[in-house]
Design a protein around this ligand. Structure first.
Ligand code: SF4
Length: 80
């Protein structure tokens, strides 16, 4: 299983991740991205059919703000 969330501190609101993987990422009124399914907690696993778009978004993010983990983020980091 893979999990993702956005490091909102370094997101520059470019919108790419939402264009590439709209089922995973959305952005708020300031354009800062977050994960849709778990409100940026990083606790919902990426579905198999989403994984290619996840990888594309992950590698396309200009600032490395998209985080990935093989464990739910709540176990590692309680910040959102
Ligand atoms: S691709 Fe990266 S910088 Fe751009 S909106 Fe998504 S998380 Fe933010």
């Amino acid at each position: 299983m893979h999990y993702t969330k956005v490091n909102r501190e370094i997101c520059i609101a470019c919108g790419l991740c939402q264009l590439i993987a709209p089922s995973l990422y959305e952005y708020d009124k300031d354009g800062i991205a977050y994960t849709v399914k778990d409100q940026n907690k990083g606790t919902m696993p990426i579905q198999e059919q989403e994984f290619e778009s996840f990888k594309k978004a992950y590698t396309s993010c200009p600032t490395g703000a998209i985080l990935r983990s093989t464990a739910p983020f709540e176990d590692l980091d309680t910040q959102s």
